[in-house]
Design a protein around this ligand. Structure first.
Ligand code: GLN
Length: 290
């Protein structure tokens, strides 16, 4: 079959099952099978391909037809203009997390750059820790509950030349660390999807394929964030910054959660919610009081 014909029929098949941009996905899958760029592929439209490559392509196409995310089929996702390895043990990094990192880096560069440790909490594939290590040239501690995620994140750190800067630790949030103040910057993309959405409100790509451990934030999606609030206060240095990715409708709840005074001696101040490109609540910034 000619490349052009194959692309056309693949596109129809993906369109039929509701894939949003079937042309792009068909071209990326065929490009992956042929080890060619998308542009090269279009220039080769009149050429035919071997039976073997066609068979390989059709098996990838079938996976996408069943709504497996493209990034898992290709094994990589571009983030911060770098290719990161991804698989079913880690969440696929999204553009919102680039915004989170951009915001944290900007604040860091504008601050007096304190000497405390930098933490990526719930690191998943390692994108936050790795980008921070590359951009800031500083040592980063990256924590995740999933050892399988850490294996992928380690590979990514190696791939991007920052293995010597990123230290990975398997821990249930901060339970493996003594409650001693040591962090001056914490950046986190924790699980924040509500149990309700997990049970029925997600696209098939997300709900069926991405790890629920990385997504499920329990009741209102706030259960893990509540624990982070409690556990972080004791481990952040006075004046330290927290930047956390949150759900589109969580701004108000998170502001009131972190502003609660109760009997705490350590208080978060300067609580800010920033919006993403779609004007949704997305980034929470707080500073620990002096
Ligand atoms: N951005 C992801 C989603 O909406 C959620 C990520 C997370 O829970 N940290 O599917």
């Amino acid at each position: 079959m000619l490349i052009r014909e194959l692309l056309h029929s693949a596109c129809l098949r993906l369109g039929k099952v509701g894939i949003e941009d079937p042309e792009t996905d068909a071209a990326l899958l065929l490009g992956h099978s042929l080890e060619k760029s998308r542009t090269a592929l279009y220039l080769m439209g009149g050429e035919s391909i071997s039976k073997e490559i066609e068979k390989q392509f059709l098996s990838l196409l079938q996976r996408r037809e069943q709504r497996e995310p493209l990034a898992y089929i290709l094994g990589v996702q571009e983030f911060w203009s770098l290719d990161f390895l991804v698989g079913p043990d880690v969440l696929i990094p999204r553009p919102e997390t680039e915004l989170l990192i951009e915001t944290a880096i900007k604040a860091w560069r504008e601050s007096s750059q304190p000497s405390g440790l930098i933490l990526d909490l719930c690191c998943g594939s390692g994108v936050i820790a790795i980008v921070l290590a590359k951009e800031l040239g500083r040592k980063i501690l990256a924590i995740d509950l999933s050892m399988k995620a850490i294996v992928t994140a380690r590979e990514n750190a190696k791939r991007h030349g920052v293995s010597h800067l990123v230290y990975f630790l398997q821990s249930d949030l901060l339970s493996a660390l003594a409650p001693v103040p040591c962090f001056s910057l914490v950046v986190s993309n924790p699980p924040y999807v509500s149990q309700q959405d997990i049970e029925g409100g997600l696209q098939p790509e997300v709900g069926r394929y991405e790890p629920h451990l990385a997504l499920n934030g329990g009741d209102k999606g706030l259960e893990i964030i509540k624990r982070i609030d409690e556990e972080l206060r004791q481990r952040m240095l006075p004046g330290a910054d927290l930047f956390m990715e949150i759900g589109a409708d969580q701004g108000v709840d998170i502001l009131s959660l972190f502003a609660e005074e109760k009997k705490r001696t350590k208080r978060f101040t300067e609580l800010i919610i920033e919006k993403d490109y779609a004007e949704h609540d997305r980034i929470f910034h707080a500073k620990l009081g002096q």
